[in-house]
Design a binder for this molecule. Structure first.
Ligand SMILES: C[S@@+](CC[C@H](N)C(=O)[O-])C[C@H]1O[C@@H](n2cnc3c(N)ncnc32)[C@H](O)[C@@H]1O
Length: 294
């Protein structure tokens, strides 16, 4: 018999099927973090289940409604997405989606930028090569689980020069002039090795992409998993593709639930997870740290 309202049969599984049919099978408020990169808005049909840009918001809203239902009140939803260029200008579907999701009751808490460090060079007549994507952070309430210490980064060499000679301002709390109530005291950082990161994530476009052309690097879901969950928490990726989110969960000791409708990607994802499980602790996130230090 199934316990947890049916949750247990999905735990640590890549389920094959349409997420619009699988999501309703999950109980209410059982997920700690949703992190996903949905199919592209694409004018061509059948590109990873691509959806026409003009129909993207209408297509996504029933899915985000379900994600809101299954997410715990303390949980987070991270949506990796980027608007495409259509007829020579950026389409507005991401902006429209944010507005509609707010109407759905989501808080648009933050926007992180995924800086793709090593994109291929190229030349376009009216813009430069695209080297960043949005990671939109939605929550259900203002208080949510966040473990900022888990993603701290080395302070960097700049601190030796900056903190050597402090001004009077640096020694007292400098309150923000925009009235936010926040303030900073530069002297607090003397002697510290680690600092909090910014909301720009500099990541190499890794890639395990032998069998899937739209993978994100393991470091991307891993960063958000460390930031928004604790070991043992449940992470859902409703468009899991080649299983990258599941791989990150295995490495970090979180439970995963993945949905994917393409049987070949399901096979690849399961294979990757099995390989990861049979060779634990190969990956230490040293590469990620090196990325930040570079
Ligand atoms: C951008 S890819 C995700 C790639 C993934 N982050 C990775 O690292 O491999 C989107 C995936 O969603 C799948 N997909 C599209 N529509 C779907 C649906 N309705 N239900 C489940 N999977 C779907 C596609 O087959 C594709 O693999």
């Amino acid at each position: 018999m199934s316990v947890n309202g049916g949750l247990d049969r999905f735990i640590n599984q890549i389920a094959e099927g349409d997420c619009r049919e699988l999501l309703p099978q999950l109980p209410h408020e059982c997920i700690d973090l949703v992190v996903t990169s949905p199919p592209y808005a694409d004018q061509r049909k059948h590109i990873y289940g691509g959806v026409h840009p003009d129909e993207y918001v209408e297509w996504f809203l029933p899915i985000s409604a379900e994600l809101k239902r299954v997410l715990k009140p303390s949980g987070s939803f991270v949506l990796n997405i980027k608007e495409r260029v259509v007829n020579g200008e950026r389409h507005t579907y991401v902006i429209e989606l944010i507005l509609k999701m707010r109407e759905q009751g989501w808080l648009w808490t933050e926007e992180y930028i995924r800086h793709k460090k090593n994109t291929y060079p190229g030349k376009w007549p009216n813009r430069f090569r695209d080297a960043w994507e949005r990671c939109l952070h939605f929550t259900k309430q203002k208080q949510f689980k966040m473990f900022q210490e888990a993603v701290m980064v080395p302070m960097g060499e700049w601190r030796h020069a900056r903190l050597r000679k402090l001004s009077d301002n640096d020694l007292r709390r400098d309150v923000s002039r925009v009235g936010s109530g926040f303030g900073k005291r530069v002297a607090n950082w003397i002697g510290r090795e680690l600092a909090y990161p910014t909301n720009v994530l500099h990541m190499a476009t890794e890639c395990y992409n032998r069998n899937h052309a739209a993978t994100f690097p393991v470091d991307l879901p891993a960063w958000f998993i460390k930031l928004f969950t604790e070991p043992g928490d449940v992470v859902l990726d409703p468009f899991i593709g080649s299983g990258t989110t599941a791989v990150a969960c295995v490495r970090l000791g979180r439970k995963y639930i993945g949905f994917e409708w393409n049987p070949e990607y399901v096979r690849v994802a399961r294979e990757r997870v099995a390989q990861e499980t049979s060779q634990p602790n190969l990956y230490t996130f040293a590469e990620e740290r090196a990325e930040y230090e570079a």
